[in-house]
Design a protein around this ligand. Structure first.
Ligand code: ZN
Ligand code: ZN
Length: 287
């Protein structure tokens, strides 16, 4: 498994490459713009070329871009849905222009204000349908793009949808061209959503395989968890300091089915923590 972390691009996108090299990574994840703002200045040709050159020289990859946290393609509000779709399309164009193969995104939230409706089946399904619709519009407007749209499972905070493999499958089944889609499984989010990596590692993948084509799985976010299993709380922990524990990551690192999947850390603490965490994961891969 190629390993990396979500690095900072402060001072320019190409700095992400330098940071990934500094922590001894094989690859990395990054934002391609300020993730808390809707609008970014368009990429200049210089910015694009500087990044592409730095990346090509580094030999790192496959790189993943994480989209903005503001985008909610599950929104039932038409104006908000359109705005999300527009921002998503812009993210995709930047990703393609940068030659980055994966655009990772969170499915979205149904936003029903009544707490009793949080897990209402029809309400959740309607949001999944809206998300698939926005994805299809995006795909139709970007024919010929090579970057994949990579669906990430959510932890289930608030009214998040796409928290079970079944909900991810529901979206994928409605996408017009699934060959342009990937899946990224965040270990912390899956745990928070109830999946028992620690007690039943094989069972988690058995469920995955019953619902989603393995070929779709391109990435994993390798985070330990501060929050309890099933808590629906999105709190990443450093390796060795969370509730998943080393045995889960040993299983992942020694799982031959995951050899071609890229693993990205989204753990707290920055480069000083990522360098030893990546080294540690590599050790776990040794049998
Ligand atoms: Zn993640
Ligand atoms: Zn998270």
């Amino acid at each position: 498994m190629k390993l990396g972390a979500h690095v900072s691009v402060a001072g320019g996108l190409h700095n992400g490459v330098a940071e990934a090299l500094a922590i001894g990574a094989d690859t990395f994840q990054m934002f391609s713009k300020n993730q808390r703002q809707w609008i970014a200045k368009p990429l200049t040709d210089d910015q694009r070329d500087q990044f592409r050159t730095a990346l090509a020289e580094s030999g790192l990859g496959p790189v993943m871009i994480h989209d903005s946290y503001l985008i909610n393609m599950g929104s039932p509000d038409e104006t908000k849905g359109k705005r999300a779709q527009h921002a998503f399309l812009e993210e995709y164009r930047r990703c393609e222009a940068l030659g980055v193969p994966y655009l990772n995104f969170h499915p979205g939230s149904h936003t029903h204000p009544n707490k009793a409706m949080r897990d209402d089946h029809a309400t959740r399904e309607a949001a999944l349908e809206r998300i698939a619709g926005h994805i299809n519009t995006t795909l139709a407007k970007t024919e010929g793009f090579e970057s994949l749209l990579v669906l990430e499972n959510a932890a289930g905070q608030g009214t998040n949808v796409g928290i079970t493999f079944g909900e991810l499958a529901h979206i994928l089944e409605r996408v017009d061209d699934p060959s342009r889609m990937g899946v990224c499984i965040d270990t912390q989010h899956a745990w928070a959503a109830g999946y028992d990596w620690a007690g039943d590692y094989d069972g988690v993948w058995t469920e995955f395989d019953s619902l989603i084509d393995r070929e779709r799985l391109v990435g994993m976010h390798l985070n330990d968890s501060l929050s309890d299993r099933g808590s629906r709380v999105d709190r990443h922990a450093n390796h060795g300091e969370g509730k998943l524990g080393e045995s889960v990551f040993t299983s992942i690192m020694q799982d031959s089915r995951l050899e071609d999947v890229a693993g990205y850390l989204e753990t707290p603490g920055g480069p000083d923590r990522w360098r030893p965490e990546i080294a540690r994961l590599r050790k776990l891969a040794e049998r």
